[in-house]
Design a protein around this ligand. Sequence first.
Ligand SMILES: [Zn+2]
Length: 138
Amino acid sequence: MSLPNYEEMLNEAYEKLDELSIKRGSDRFEVPEVDALIEGSRTVFRNFASFCEKIRRDPDFVAKFISKEFGAPTKIEGDRLIIQRRVRKEQLQNKMKLFVDYFVICHECGKPDTKIVSLEGVQYIVCEACGARRPLKK
Ligand SMILES: [Zn+2]
């Protein structure tokens, strides 16, 4: 028995990735750009409200995620979110990409047309495009 060829395995992986991006099509959801700046010892996420609107997620939910990920308190102030520590814009952008990948994008069809519902104390992300449902880890 011969060992699988590493290059073949890689090629296969790339082909699968290609298929996935074809399946997702050209309407692949773009993560909105974060507009943030550091003010003293805190960070101001300046387009927080419109960002949440674009990804269709509750600002409180997003604020909690950011607070947990950066280990710092957050506060919503009008359209802005204040993070009580210094966070570079790129760091925040990367976190928001993770957020969108996990909490917004349907892992079945790749569309962002999802909502979060609670069923018997468990939160699920439900896709309005294809009907897929997956539980969210806390
Ligand atoms: Zn879907």
